[in-house]
Design a protein around this ligand. Structure first.
Ligand SMILES: NC(=O)C1=CN([C@@H]2O[C@H](COP(=O)(O)OP(=O)(O)OC[C@H]3O[C@@H](n4cnc5c(N)ncnc54)[C@H](O)[C@@H]3O)[C@@H](O)[C@H]2O)C=CC1
Ligand SMILES: O=C(O)[C@H]1O[C@H](OP(=O)(O)OP(=O)(O)OC[C@H]2O[C@@H](n3ccc(=O)[nH]c3=O)[C@H](O)[C@@H]2O)[C@H](O)[C@@H](O)[C@@H]1O
Length: 492
């Protein structure tokens, strides 16, 4: 029977979502044993680090949560099979990146990891399980998961009587946390969304998961829907959030031409309660593993369902974001007298936003790539990102640049790993990165950047000393009074 009182949870995938979400469930529900498993042994070893500053995910508040629950009712392990066997409820929290091959290349979500999980669950389960989609998935994926679970339950186990075969309930429970604020987002969630199949087991499973969250989330914030609505709500939420950023970034370009100030415009329109102030911060462009991936996935789905106008509408959000990153890089080259060849450009920040060590799809990667095409010498400082990660990001891009990117596709040539390493230097100290630089580009809004000794930095930079503030974090008056030439986003 599908369990109604959950005491054992497994989560497949110990990444940015699996790790923090399960740590919070374990913290808030000491009566539930939570086991997080991953095929990446190094990642699991890092989650088991005694030194909590070296967990694989940097996230404010996470070490404290892990310290409280780990070893009590929170476990990290590579024993995927054991965890599946034991659990009543299994979260699938594996990566669903954009496909880099075959049908849907560059657009569709790659569901191979999710499919593998479903097959593994089906193969191993000997009793009834609730399977929860925590990964972000295209609408109707639950159908595919159900088909795999049911087929395996009948195929591989046909020696079993039909009545003794395990039953599965599939739920959709997308995650809405943002990196950098994950713990807060999980503890004080705006809502927890649960989509279930419309049958008795589906409703039973939905109630069981709602009861888990009810240990700390007010009941009125636990929203239940049909399963397709839940799946589509996740893609839609990310598309709406990203759309706001692209909208304000589009206006930033107009501000630069007209002398208006994008921060003032954002403030003024955000005071309209129908618009609201959040997600109106103009920037060098949104990054992160999800916005672009999820919108491209949405676009792919719309085309699949023969809705080309709808697909084009959403695709524009990504195109505008590509344009914004390109605009920023181009402004650096244009301002530095039309070439950055052999010039030292310091990058402050590499992560896609502050308070995370995640660099996936970070704007910094694309801006660096464009400057490297002109043979700039880039010197990077980021408080949380390692040199290997930075080199890895640039090398990955050389192989996987999107073909349809109008800003970058045609004129770009791939750089070798050796070329990248000869042109890019990663520093442990911001002051070293900035010494003798022709220009500084701020790519991430880390708070510490605001508190630097900018006078000292100015003294040590080449003149004219340019700053390209891709996050609008510096105080214009202070910075220009030192003598810097400051270029901000959306300020004429
Ligand atoms: N990163 C974020 O802030 C958010 C991500 N999401 C979604 O959550 C999902 C996971 O994202 P992340 O945690 O960022 O990915 P991630 O790449 O950090 O973690 C995924 C983990 O799954 C593991 N894995 C893959 N296949 C496996 C298998 N068959 N068995 C065991 N482990 C396996 C990988 O080794 C990896 O450690 C994605 O669908 C993403 O779109 C949703 C909300 C927020
Ligand atoms: O599905 C996901 O992965 C998650 O994607 C985003 O979270 P995240 O990408 O972690 O971080 P955001 O705060 O949304 O920032 C995304 C990017 O947009 C940029 N951004 C954000 C807000 C803004 O006003 N301006 C802006 O440029 C950030 O700097 C960052 O590069 C969503 O906010 C989460 O709700 C969602 O769960």
């Amino acid at each position: 029977m599908i369990a109604s009182n959950i005491t054992k949870i497994a989560c497949i995938g110990a990444g940015y979502v699996g790790g923090p979400t399960m740590a919070v469930i374990a913290k808030q529900c000491p009566h539930i044993k939570v086991t997080v498993v991953d095929i990446n042994a190094q990642r699991i070893a890092d989650w088991n680090q005694i030194d909590l500053d070296r967990l694989p995910v940097y996230e404010p508040g996470l070490p404290e949560v892990v310290a409280e629950a780990r070893g009590r009712n929170l476990f990290f392990s590579t024993d995927v099979e054991g965890a599946i066997r034991e659990a009543q409820m299994i979260f699938i929290s594996v990566n669903t990146p954009t496909k880099t091959y075959g049908v849907g290349k560059g657009m569709a979500a790659d569901l191979k990891y999710v499919e593998l999980c479903a097959r593994q669950i089906a193969e191993i389960a000997t009793d009834d399980k609730i399977v929860v989609e925590k990964s972000t998935l295209p609408v109707r994926t639950a159908q595919a998961i159900r088909t795999i679970l049911d087929a395996a339950a009948t195929n591989g186990k046909d020696t079993q009587l039909a009545t003794s075969r395990p039953k599965f309930a599939v739920l959709s429970n997308p995650e809405f946390l943002a990196e950098g604020t994950a713990i807060n987002d999980l503890l004080y969630a705006d809502r927890m969304l649960i989509g279930s199949e419309d049958n008795e087991d589906g409703k039973r499973a939905e109630q069981a998961l709602a009861d888990v969250y009810a240990n700390w989330v007010p009941r009125e914030r636990i929203v239940t829907t049909r399963i397709w609505s839940s799946e589509l709500s996740k893609l839609t939420a990310n598309a709406f959030l990203a759309q706001r950023i692209s909208s304000i970034n589009a206006i930033s370009a107009l501000c630069e031409r007209t002398g208006a100030d994008v921060d003032e415009v954002a403030h003024a329109i955000g005071m309209d309660s129908r618009i609201g102030p959040k997600f109106l911060k103009s920037s060098v462009g949104f990054g992160g593993s999800c916005f672009q991936k999820d919108i491209l996935n949405l676009v792919y789905l719309c085309r699949h369902f023969n809705l080309p106008e709808v697909a084009d509408y959403w695709e524009q959000v990504v195109k505008l974001n590509d344009y914004q990153k390109h605009r920023f890089a181009k402004q650096i080259i244009d301002t530095l007298f039309n070439t950055v060849s052999g010039k030292k450009i310091a990058f402050l920040g590499w992560a896609f936003k502050k308070d995370t060590n995640d660099t996936r799809e970070s704007a910094a990667i694309y801006v660096a790539d464009e400057l490297l095409q002109d043979r700039a010498e880039i010197h990077v400082y980021d408080p949380k990102v390692t040199a290997e990660q930075i080199y890895g990001d640039l090398e990955y891009l050389q192989k996987h640049r999107r073909n349809d990117n109008p800003c970058t596709a045609t004129q770009f040539s791939a750089l070798s790993a050796v070329e990248i390493r000869s042109l890019v230097t990663v520093h442990d100290s911001p002051y070293e990165a900035l010494k003798n630089a022709h220009a500084t580009a701020i790519l991430t809004e880390w708070d510490e950047f605001k508190g630097y000794d900018w006078q000292q930095i100015y003294n040590n930079m080449l003149k004219p000393a340019f700053i390209f503030d891709g996050r609008n974090i510096l105080n214009r008056k202070e910075i220009t009074s030192i003598g810097f030439e400051l270029k901000s986003i959306g300020k004429g």
